[in-house]
Design a binder for this molecule. Structure first.
Ligand code: PGA
Length: 253
């Protein structure tokens, strides 16, 4: 079991305007004093700075949803890890399946982005996950452990980061993986982390993502090797996100 506080991280994706800052504030104000989780909202780049300002006196941290590997340069439309950190981000999601699929992001590219995040002092959340075709073909564990092996640079040794297991078929579909499937996959990812990082690999948080909602959060968060949740749709409203935050159990010793 993860020894650190469970991470409950919202992924707002391409949602959020100035008018949604109040919702983020409602989330921050609703987090109970005794809540066990490390809470963050990863938001569109346009909101990071204002969110970081609005939430700075709260326990909700702000993150980005992607970054480019380079620090600066002629990369029209892209955002660097340094820019996110400068805007007040503490974390960044990298290798989300919507980017792997939509922009052809390879493990090697994700690896470079993770190194960039470390360079900028951000805590990376590195996403891995299989498609339904891969699961049906019996390849899920091989695909996910392969992604984890190739997306996590050696530079992560000693750094604070998380891996998020997000089966592609469970994202935004209302379908969640069974707790048995989650436990099996998280154990396989744990194996990769221990292989790569030795004893420290035993303590790295492995988050589950894919249709986490108030009704299933407690069961998922109590599953072996689940060190938190990456939450998309249900992180957009305080009424949905707060019960998920409250469902986070105390860190295992
Ligand atoms: P979902 O998204 O909770 O809406 O399924 C999760 C994610 O993509 O991180």
């Amino acid at each position: 079991m993860a020894a650190l506080a469970p991470w409950i991280v919202g992924n707002w994706k391409m949602n959020g305007l100035s008018s949604d800052l109040d919702e983020a504030l409602a989330i921050a104000q609703g987090v109970a004093v005794g809540a066990h989780a490390r809470v963050a909202i990863c938001a569109p780049a346009t909101l990071v700075h204002r969110l970081a300002g609005a939430l700075h006196a709260t326990r909700v941290e702000v993150g980005g949803e992607d970054c480019r590997a380079e620090e600066s340069g002629a990369f029209t439309g892209d955002v660097s890890a340094e820019m996110l950190a400068d805007a007040g981000a503490k974390l960044v999601i990298l290798g989300h399946s919507e980017r792997r699929a939509g922009y052809g992001e390879s493990d090697a590219l994700v690896c470079g982005k993770v190194e960039a995040a470390l360079r900028a002092g951000l805590h990376p959340i590195v996403c891995v996950g299989e498609t339904l075709e891969q699961r049906d073909a019996g390849e899920a564990v091989a695909v996910v452990t392969g992604q984890a092996m190739a997306s996590l640079p050696a530079a992560l040794a000693g750094e604070r980061f998380a891996v998020a297991y997000e089966p592609v078929w469970a994202i935004g579909t209302g379908r969640t993986a069974s707790t048995a499937d989650i436990a099996q996959m998280h154990a396989a990812i744990r194996g990769v982390l221990v292989d790569k990082f030795g004893d420290a690999g035993a303590k790295i948080s492995i988050l589950y993502g894919g249709s986490v909602k108030p009704a299933n959060a407690a069961e998922i968060l109590a599953t072996a090797e689940v060190g938190g949740a990456l939450v998309g749709g249900a992180s957009l409203k305080a009424a949905d996100f707060l019960p998920i935050i409250e469902a986070a159990p105390p860190p295992a010793l």
